[in-house]
Write a protein that binds this ligand. Structure first.
Ligand SMILES: [Zn+2]
Length: 283
């Protein structure tokens, strides 16, 4: 089953296909899940922040961090909270991922526990940023109509992803030897929709959502290379990238993210990697 879904993605258009729709250039909307990390020394979240701020591709990149505000080895610690504050001070956007000690699946929490967890996380993030978070990403990409409804009741909109580095360490994959091939395959799968102008255009560009995990030391150590790969594969696939390829202001970033949220669980986009297949086993 996994092989079938991978083969399906590789059937996507290539750079040779003409693009009649005169589409708006893409702009990469970077997102980071599961952080902050409280590991010291060599903290991966700190490293990610430094690279976003200064790198050979574009300085001052702003990202959305889907945070775990009560994680035992991260956001629930004093150092974790210091990093959450630093993310805000550096102009990034904080969003909700979990407010449980671990990476709890929202679909299995039960409605009351999910609500309590959302309220806790919203309060945690509001105390740090001064405003309630608007975006949520479900752990393990796992949600159903009820999950989505409870999110929306709490003023949260669900953002999934277009490209994923598949670098989550939760399920045991903390490195990728095939990161260039993976990103190229995922962008190639997006290309027909970009060409046909069926993706939302915000502020003159087509936001393409990319997911990494800032608690993953491999990601932190290779982020600069990942940024280069994103630019390279767009060039290879003849997908035009905006003059500033990555977002550099939180307000634009938020407008772009809100244009890409999932409103209705019946209209669900593909999940990254193995996750469509994995969750289909439990439906
Ligand atoms: Zn996660």
């Amino acid at each position: 089953m996994l092989a079938l879904s991978v083969a399906g993605q590789s059937n996507a258009a290539t750079a040779d296909d003409t693009c009649d729709g005169n589409p708006a250039p893409i702009r990469y909307l970077l997102t980071f899940d599961d952080g902050p990390s409280a590991v010291r020394p060599d903290n991966p979240t700190e490293k990610v922040l430094s690279i976003l701020s200064k790198n050979p591709h574009q300085n001052g990149i702003k990202a959305v961090f889907f945070t775990q505000t009560r994680a035992v080895n991260g956001g629930g610690t004093e150092y974790g909270r210091t990093l959450l504050k630093r993310e805000v001070e550096e102009g990034h956007l904080l969003a909700f991922h979990t407010a449980t000690p671990r990476h709890s699946n929202h679909r299995y929490l039960g409605e009351q526990d999910l609500k309590a967890s959302l309220e806790l996380g919203i309060a945690d993030l509001t105390s740090i940023t001064g405003v309630a978070p608007k975006l949520v990403r479900p752990p393990f990409w796992s949600y159903d109509a009820l999950t989505l409804d409870v999110y929306q009741q709490h003023g949260l909109q669900m953002l999934l992803t277009d490209l994923s580095a598949n670098d989550g360490i939760i399920y045991g994959i903390n490195f990728s030897l095939t990161k260039r091939r993976n990103m190229r395959k995922l962008l190639a799968a997006m290309r027909p929709r970009w060409c046909q102008n069926t993706l939302p255009v915000v502020d003159g560009v087509t936001p393409i959502v990319v997911t990494f995990h800032d608690i993953n030391p491999y990601t932190a150590n290779h982020l600069e290379e990942y940024l280069g790969i994103l630019l390279d594969v767009a060039g290879e696939l003849n997908v035009q990238v905006s003059e500033k390829p990555f977002y550099d202001a939180a307000d634009e970033l938020e407008r772009a993210a809100l244009a890409r949220v999932v409103k209705d669980s019946n209209n669900a986009p593909e999940l990254p990697g193995i996750w469509n297949w994995f969750w289909s086993l439990f439906r």
